[in-house]
Ligand binder design. Structure first.
Ligand code: NAG
Ligand code: NAG
Ligand code: NAG
Ligand code: NAG
Ligand code: NAG
Ligand code: NAG
Ligand code: NAG
Ligand code: NAG
Ligand code: NAG
Ligand code: NAG
Ligand code: NAG
Ligand code: NAG
Length: 808
């Protein structure tokens, strides 16, 4: 074989022809060499000689003693006499070698000019798209580069590959605009650009791609209008532009796309009505128009499109006239009329929709009972939240074999929950209804259950169902009910969020909590929990939020609680805790740094549902913090206990703290200077203690501070001045001390007499500040509006496309 390299190409071909039994396996020597070079580059240090016993995903078959056309992942043109390599299917290969590879490893491949198919998808290759190299591959018909980390813009050379029929650049980090050069790819049948950062308008030249069947550019930053030339692409079957910022009315010309089966324009800025030309689209199976600004009545002819299977119109300004009787000609599997002003009962015509799997009628004004026919239908997903449904749930609902997601929150349902005889439910959200009676024991037999939200109902009973250790349940919210008895602790080891707050649980904190090693969020506030502050909390190393407010826990805080390096919110207020505030609290890493948010609750579930609102005391009132925004809060509230001793100066380390509340304790000594280091502090309450000495000058550094209470202490001296401190002028916050003075309370400090006009000037300034509120930071709460967005769920049987957020 080594002799081959000495032969010229023409001799080589002659040689092959004369030895036809070899010829049928042979590939061009230089192509074989290029592939071996590529393998070497890829393997790096791993030798190629003894790699046969290693799993290399097929690369182990690439060796110099066999013909490359026999190698795995390599395709040759068998009808050609010269045995050229025409295809390389290298999908998902590189991850076997752990490290990310730069796009330069592809260089040898660009010497194989006969390539017609190149698939390097799912390889986490980084760097720019190698335009020069790819421009060598003029025969390319199929180029698949999806799911890598290519960045930069699309190189113009790519548009010179005139034979290209398939181009997939999805799920990369490509930016820049889609250049008009794309119009050169006259043979293109499929173009996928999903999940990149491509911006600007779609060029008019897109209309030159007359062979185009599939065009997908979702999850980018495409803006402007859909070019009219695109509406002439009569062979188009799939058009997916969802999650961009296209703003226009849906053009009537859309009706030209008679071959279209999938049209997804959801999550853009589309306005106007649904054009009647959509009636022409007789092959339409999937129509996603949700989350735009469309208006007008939903046309009933949509249901006469025979092929229609998936229809999502939610989150627009559309309305549905529920009094019209329709007899749909389509067989829907997926329907969302979320927020479409549906009034009256759940439409009965749905009962004839035998293929229905997904139904979302949330955020409407639907009344009446949960219909038995719907319970019997065996749907996969039922979302009826935010309506005015009443009555109890039909037992048939919990006998379904297919129900995966059930969301009935914020209705007026009542009565007991029926016995549960289904194992399929993954998400059950029944929050804010009027359900009563005990929580059925059978709920713990739903082995697929991941998320359970029964909060804000009237469930009672003292025996909570026990979940096995192997249970998949990750999030449990049974807060705001009338549950009593011992604090339940029989939850699986996968538990991440546990809210048992606002019930009547009593007795000590159960030792079993220490088994929940993944627990991030434990909320037990407003119960009647007694006993000593347990030592096991320090074992819950994932804990981020611990709320024990308003209970009767006694004892002191163990030093090693500070080993909880993720703890960001600690609320122990209104208990019977005593002793000193541990010096070690200065080591609470989660309150020092911006936390690592890799594993937050909302990230766990790949759908936009509010999971649990944490209630905290904030500016003298209770506020619900959205779990989705919880990441940004850092609170330490030890108020209303019997803590004594000094405030540890080490607390000045907790740089990300937004709230520090030590009020109503027996703390004494001076306020540490270091508290002035808490640059993010917005609320500081040290009132009702025995603190003495002066207010440290360092308070002038607290530029975010907008709520302060130092009243009812023994503080003396001058209140520090700073632009921020000078706005905190309510006398109540300094009241009942032992001699405070300063401009804030208009008490002059005797030893520090200022010229009268200066004093006057200062006060005038003060009032003008108050009047205009210039520079006064708005509390972060109001700037992060608590949102509730419910869309479709990715967990449904109707698999939606993978998103950037859940890339591995
Ligand atoms: C290849 O074999 C040599 C010697 O037998 C050994 O040291 C080396 O680790 C092997 N390489 C791989 C990748 O297995
Ligand atoms: C080369 O690969 C072939 C299979 O493609 C295998 O039969 C042969 O043993 C390999 N040779 C070496 C030296 O690894
Ligand atoms: C194989 O090669 C021959 C001759 O070069 C060419 O005509 C034919 O189109 C090729 N077939 C494929 C499938 O690439
Ligand atoms: C293009 O192909 C030629 C000839 O095989 C090769 O020398 C060159 O390096 C290739 N260009 C790139 C950018 O890979
Ligand atoms: C390509 O598109 C542009 C803009 O729509 C048009 O002016 C041009 O004539 C088209 N070229 C061809 C060859 O179709
Ligand atoms: C929408 O696209 C943006 C990028 O433009 C992305 O960050 C975001 O996650 C996408 N939203 C959804 C719901 O996929
Ligand atoms: C629709 O697609 C079919 C099959 O690809 C094709 O024959 C037909 O010409 C297309 N219709 C139009 C109007 O282009
Ligand atoms: C269901 O379909 C049958 C036959 O098409 C029809 O007679 C009946 O009225 C439909 N029921 C509803 C509630 O639409
Ligand atoms: C819900 O229904 C009840 C009685 O069925 C009615 O009193 C109430 O006003 C309704 N609420 C809304 C928001 O429509
Ligand atoms: C539970 O469901 C199974 C199968 O669906 C059925 O055989 C059984 O009778 C049901 N049990 C109860 C108590 O309804
Ligand atoms: C707490 O429990 C004690 C003793 O069981 C009881 O006396 C008290 O009323 C309970 N407090 C509340 C608020 O439920
Ligand atoms: C804080 O942590 C450091 C290093 O981990 C340690 O040396 C120090 O003693 C700790 N401080 C307290 C008060 O626990």
């Amino acid at each position: 074989m080594a002799k081959f390299s000495l032969l010229s190409k023409s001799y080589f071909i002659f040689f092959l022809l004369s030895l036809s039994f070899i010829a049928s396996f042979s590939c061009l020597h230089e192509q074989q060499e290029a592939l071996l070079e590529f393998k070497d580059l890829l393997l790096g240090d791993m030798t190629r000689d003894n790699s046969t016993d290693l799993f290399l995903g097929g690369l182990e078959t690439w060796n110099s003693s066999s013909e490359c056309c026999l190698w795995s992942m390599v395709q040759c043109n068998s009808s050609s006499s010269s045995q050229e390599v025409t295809g390389l299917s290298l999908s998902g290969l590189f991850p076997l070698f752990q490290t990310q590879k730069d796009s330069t490893v592809l260089a040898p491949i660009f010497r194989i000019k006969t390539l017609m198919l190149l698939d390097i998808s799912y390889n986490s290759i980084q760097g720019g798209i190698p335009g020069t190299g790819l421009s060598n591959l003029t025969e390319l018909v199929h180029l698949d580069m999806r799911e890598n980390s290519f960045n930069g813009s699309i190189p113009p050379q790519l548009f010179h590959l005139r034979n290209l029929e398939f181009l997939d650049l999805s799920v990369n980090m490509i930016d820049g605009s889609l250049p008009s050069g794309v119009g050169n790819l006259k043979n293109l049948r499929q173009l996928n650009l999903d999940n990149n950062f491509i911006y600007g308008e779609i060029p008019e030249e897109i209309g030159n791609l007359t062979e185009l069947r599939i065009l997908t550019i979702p999850n980018n930053q495409i803006s402007g209008r859909i070019p009219f030339s695109m509406l002439e692409l009569r062979k188009l079957e799939v058009l997916d532009l969802h999650n961009n910022t296209i703003s226009m009315e849906i053009p009537a010309g859309i009706g030209n796309l008679v071959n279209i089966t999938t049209l997804d324009l959801s999550k853009n800025n589309l306005s106007g009505e649904i054009p009647s030309s959509i009636q022409n689209l007789g092959k339409l199976e999937t129509l996603h128009l949700e989350n735009n600004m469309l208006s007008g009545q939903i046309p009933t002819w949509l249901f006469d499109l025979k092929q229609m299977k998936m229809l999502n119109l939610g989150g627009n300004r559309l309305t549905w006239n529920n009094s019209i009787k329709i007899n749909p000609k389509c067989k829907l599997s997926y329907l969302s009329l979320r927020s479409c002003s549906v009034k009256g009962q759940i439409p009965v015509w749905l009962s004839n929709q035998t293929d229905l799997i997904f139904l979302d009628l949330s955020e409407n004004q639907i009344e009446g009972n949960f219909p038995v026919w719907l319970a019997r239908k065996s749907l996969g997903t039922i979302i009826l939240s935010d309506n005015n449904l009443t009555g109890s749930l039909p037992p048939q609902l919990f006998q379904s074999r297919n129900l995966s997601i059930l969301v009935l929150s914020r209705n007026n349902f009542s009565g007991k929950l029926p016995e549960i005889n289904t194992t399929s439910i993954m998400v059950m959200m029944l929050s804010e209804n009027n359900f009563s009676g005990p929580i059925p024991k059978s709920i713990s037999k739903i082995y697929r259950l991941l998320l359970l939200d029964l909060s804000k109902n009237s469930f009672s009973g003292s025996e909570f169902p026990a979940f096995g250790e192997e249970s998949l349940l990750a999030s449990v919210d049974i807060s705001s009910n009338k549950l009593s008895g011992k604090v339940p602790a029989a939850f699986g080891k996968n538990t991440i969020m546990l809210s048992l707050s606002q019930n009547d649980f009593s007795g000590p904190l159960p030792e079993n909590f220490s088994n929940l090693s993944l627990l991030e969020h434990l909320d037990l506030h407003d119960n009647n929990i007694t006993g000593e502050f347990p030592t096991f909390f320090s074992q819950l190393s994932s804990l981020q939020v611990l709320n024990l407010r308003n209970n009767s826990i006694k004892g002191s805080i163990p030093d090693d609680l500070s080993s909880l390096s993720s703890l960001r919110i600690l609320d122990l207020s209104n208990n019977n805790l005593k002793g000193e505030i541990p010096q070690s609290f200065g080591n609470l890493t989660g309150m020092i740094d911006t936390p690592d948010l890799s594993l937050t609750l909302s990230g766990l579930f790949n759908f936009p549902v509010e999971i649990h609102d944490l209630i905290v005391n904030w500016k003298n009132s209770k506020r619900g913090l959205s779990s989705r925004n919880l990441d940004i809060y850092t609170f330490l509230d030890l108020s209303k206990n019997k803590f004594s001793g000094q405030i540890p100066p080490s607390l000045g380390n907790l740089k990300s703290l937004k709230l520090l509340n030590f009020s109503y304790n027996g703390l004494s000594g001076n306020i540490p200077l270091s508290l002035g280091d808490l640059q993010n502090l917005e609320t500081l309450d040290l009132s009702h203690n025995n603190l003495d000495g002066e207010i440290p000058d360092t308070f002038a550094n607290l530029q975010q501070l907008n709520t302060l209470d130092l009243s009812n202490n023994k503080l003396v001296g001058k209140i520090p001045e700073s632009p921020q401190m000078d706005r905190l002028i309510d006398p109540k916050i300094y009241a009942n001390n032992s001699g405070l003075c300063g401009v804030q309370i208009q008490v002059s400090c005797g030893d520090d007499l200022k010229p009268p006009d200066h004093q006057k000037e200062r006060q005038e300034k003060l009032f003008s500040w108050v009047a205009t509120g210039i520079g006064y930071p708005v509390g972060f709460l109001s700037s992060t509006a608590v949102m509730y967005v419910i869309g479709y769920f990715n967990m449904t049987p109707l698999n939606r496309r993978r998103r950037r957020t859940n890339r591995g």
